[in-house]
Structures are given as structure tokens and as C-alpha cells.
Design a protein around this ligand. Structure first.
Ligand SMILES: [Zn+2]
Ligand SMILES: [Zn+2]
Length: 284
């Protein structure tokens, strides 16, 4: 991904104004607090940071509401935090061929204190209420293994239909074959974004993943589909570091106007157009 050195006094400046895919300690296999990620974002010259922890079975062994309360108290985060606009996101797992997202079928009867809810709620509804946007992605592809290409294509399109899903995450790395053009056109029709994910270019994912990501980026350029750049940083020092993404997009002459994350204003406008205003209104 990059050399294993990090010097806080010489942080490379991000080529894009936004990093909209990052993780904190909440994800359990990540190592920084949101505050540390905000500081790193500021040092990398980012205008906007999207914090998008895993909303998935990965972080819980019991699937109890108490394991997901992290997502319901986002109001305490400053919108403008040390000069960086901070968005409250989640990276939600796609869990079946219908394109459902994690928690859609987990019914909650009580809140985090154990007090009964007056009406039934799913875990997804509970988490979605306070979320600015979601990234939909696949981490365990077992359920897709005997599926046809038509089924996996439909799955991605249906995931894009979810009202909170703004971005289709690392589809070039998940190892699920699908009809790229159909999914890209569906994203374009909905004003939603295809992610170009920096972490997918890590060497251990190999050249096939790299080639798939490149093909997706090329088809986005040719079909006029907007993309989101995300580092998928699991530690603060990777926030805003887009070495491989920037090299690829430059190499294929990717049009700047299709990069929704090029600056905060463009990303916010795209977000509002695709999924509506942020829950607490537009930041001033
Ligand atoms: Zn992911
Ligand atoms: Zn991620």
C-alpha cells in the first residue's frame, strides 16, 4: 500500500478534498479513535472526513442492540471538527442475494438500557436513523458462491436502492463477479457512487483485483458514472493517503468532474441529491 513509515511532521497532502471511507477502533480490527482520524485528516489537508465503521456481524458475537449503540449517539460529534467537516457513516454488509443489508431482519424489542420499545424496530432502522450515509459492501461472499451473474448483478442494484446507501464499496475486491456495466448504469441513474478503494490496491490482493478495479474505473469514465475515493484506512496514518488511486486515475485520464470526492461541496451536493439532506440538516 505504501512504505511502512509515517512521520507526523511530513504528511503527504491528499489529492482529493474528501476521504469518505475510514474506520475507527469500533471496527475492532482498526486502531485509531475518531479524534485521531480527524487530526490525521486535517494534517493531510482534507476538507471532509467520512467515518464509516463496519456495521456488520464482524463486531459482535451476540448481535445484541448494545453492540451497535456506537451508531446512535453521533450527535455528540462536532460537525466541524478541527476545521474538518466530519460525516457519520457506516460500511454495511450486503447479506443476501436480495441485496439486503445487515440487520434488516434483526428485530429489536428493547433499547440499550433494556427498556422495551413502544413499537418494533429492526436493527437496521435503529442504526439508519442517525446515519448520514452508508457504504454497501461484501466481506463474506459465501452466499454468492452458487449464484448466477444476473443474481449478483441484481443484488448490487438492489443494495443501491436502499435509501441510505450512497456508495457501492470495493466491488472490485469482494471477489463476486457481476455485470459491471449494468451496476454502473444503475448507480448513475440513482445519482449514487462507485467506490475506488485505495486499500484494494494493496499488494496482497494481487493483480487480478487490481485489474478488476481498473476496469471498473475505466467503465465509470466511459459511462459517465461518478466515483467516491476512500482510503478504507484502519489506522489514522492512512487517512487521506491515495497514492495508488491517484496514480491509476491519472493513468487512465479519469475526468475530474466524475470524482464526487474532489471537494467537500461536490460530495455534499451529490449526497443530498442521491439520499437527501443530512439528518441534522446541512452543516453551516
Ligand atoms: Zn470493506
Ligand atoms: Zn472498510
Amino acid at each position: 500500500m505504501h512504505e511502512h513509515t509515517y512521520d507526523q511532521t511530513h504528511v503527504p497532502q491528499s489529492p482529493y478534498g474528501c476521504d469518505v471511507h475510514t474506520h475507527t477502533l469500533f471496527s475492532r480490527h482498526a486502531y485509531s479513535t475518531v479524534g485521531e482520524c480527524v487530526s490525521a485528516a486535517r494534517s493531510a489537508g482534507l476538507q471532509l472526513l467520512g467515518s464509516t465503521d463496519h456495521y456488520s456481524c464482524m463486531t459482535s458475537t451476540t448481535l445484541h442492540v448494545r453492540d451497535y449503540q456506537y451508531f446512535i449517539n453521533f450527535d455528540v460529534w462536532p460537525r466541524m471538527w478541527s476545521g474538518v467537516l466530519v460525516l457519520r457513516g457506516a460500511e454495511a454488509d450486503i447479506v443476501d442475494l436480495e441485496g439486503h443489508l445487515f440487520g434488516w431482519d434483526i428485530r429489536l424489542s428493547e433499547g440499550i438500557t433494556g427498556r422495551a420499545f413502544s413499537h418494533q424496530l429492526t436493527l437496521q432502522e435503529y442504526v439508519w436513523r442517525n446515519l448520514d450515509y452508508a457504504i454497501a459492501s461484501i466481506h463474506d461472499k459465501t452466499f454468492t458462491e452458487s449464484a448466477t451473474c444476473t443474481q449478483t448483478t441484481d443484488m448490487y442494484v438492489r443494495a443501491l436502492d436502499d435509501p441510505k446507501v450512497l456508495i457501492l464499496g470495493h466491488s472490485g475486491r469482494s471477489g463476486v463477479p457481476f455485470d459491471v456495466d449494468v451496476v454502473l448504469r444503475a448507480a448513475k441513474e440513482r445519482g449514487k457512487l462507485i467506490e475506488i478503494n485505495e486499500h484494494s490496491f494493496a499488494q496482497h490482493y494481487g493483480s487480478t483485483t487490481h485489474d478488476t478495479c481498473r476496469h471498473i474505473a475505466e467503465r465509470c469514465a466511459e459511462l459517465g458514472v461518478m466515483i467516491a475515493t476512500g482510503t478504507d484506512a484502519h489506522i489514522a496514518c492512512d487517512v487521506g493517503r491515495f497514492d495508488k488511486t491517484a496514480a491509476l486515475l491519472e493513468e487512465i485520464h479519469f475526468p475530474l468532474e466524475l470524482i464526487a470526492t474532489r471537494d467537500a461541496q461536490t460530495f455534499l451536493q451529490t449526497c443530498e441529491h442521491a439520499i437527501g439532506p443530512l439528518p441534522a440538516g446541512r452543516p453551516q
